[in-house]
Design a protein around this ligand. Structure first.
Ligand code: PGA
Length: 256
């Protein structure tokens, strides 16, 4: 049984003060819900504040939005895995489509980061997904297959099990246009089958695959009830603590 995992990808939003306010409201709204694992992913600057605010919340973990694969050194503007561990991050989002398209990240770079995350006991949330042109061109499976093989190359089965995959169709990110539950389920089933082909069925059955792209309180339950959807990576709707808590609580309800 895979524990559902809902992550808040704040992107380049939220100051330290706003992080403090968010966390106190969110924890109050969440109450004693423990069935769903929650990951808050602030910008680097606000991680330490979030860590302080969430210290006692056992089902709420912290993540970062990116990192560099090297341990330390002359890499101006970058942050290492050890630095993220130092502020109590458990997760790191890698290869988000905004990193891939705006900052030119390749599968090869995402792969180096994924391996470095595991080497430092950080769990990567590796993002993959097709553009609208690729979907219209019938290329969804080809794109996902290439991204999986490229971004996850060289992982052991154990490392794969501890990774999270986020399927985020680029056309659904920040557009208000969500994939239908069936479209998302089909993509997730394909991703799991591809993982099984490479790493074996037992490992593939343990990997959690999140859906991302315009997830909100109103559509969370239906998406989260699909058999291969194990959580969500939420952008815009994660900036509002009550709405984000509602997404988590609606997911918990699906679990009964
Ligand atoms: P969205 O973003 O929820 O605003 O569509 C999702 C993401 O980019 O992770």
């Amino acid at each position: 049984m895979r524990k559902k995992i809902i992550a808040a990808n704040w992107k380049m939003n939220m100051t330290i003060g706003e992080t403090e306010t968010f966390c106190s409201t969110f924890l109050r709204e969440l109450g004693d819900e423990r069935k769903v694992e929650v990951v808050i992913v602030p910008p680097f600057i606000a991680i330490a504040k979030a860590s302080e605010m969430l210290r006692d919340a056992q089902s709420v973990k912290l993540g970062a939005q990116n990192m560099h694969w090297e341990k330390s050194g002359a890499f101006t503007g970058e942050v290492s895995a050890a630095m993220l561990r130092d502020v109590f991050c458990h997760y790191v989002v890698l290869g988000h489509s905004e990193r891939r398209t705006i900052f030119g990240e390749t599968d090869e770079a995402v792969n180096k980061k994924t391996l470095a995350a595991h080497a430092n006991a950080l769990r990567p949330i590796v993002c993959i997904g097709e553009t609208l042109a690729e979907r219209d061109g019938g290329l969804v499976e080809k794109v996902l297959d290439t991204q999986i093989r490229g971004s996850l190359a060289g992982l052991t089965a154990e490392q794969l099990e501890e990774s999270v995959i986020a399927y985020e169709p680029v056309w659904a990110i920040g557009t208000g246009r969500t994939a239908t539950p069936q479209q998302a389920q089909d993509a997730h089933a394909f991703i799991r089958k591809t993982l099984a082909d490479i790493w074996g069925q037992p490992a593939a059955d343990k990997v959690r695959i999140q859906y991302g792209g315009s997830v909100k309180p109103a559509n969370a339950a239906e998406l989260m009830s699909q058999p291969d959807i194990d959580g969500a990576l939420v952008g815009g709707a994660s900036l509002e603590p009550r709405g984000f808590a509602e997404i988590v609580l609606n997911t918990a309800k699906v679990l009964g």
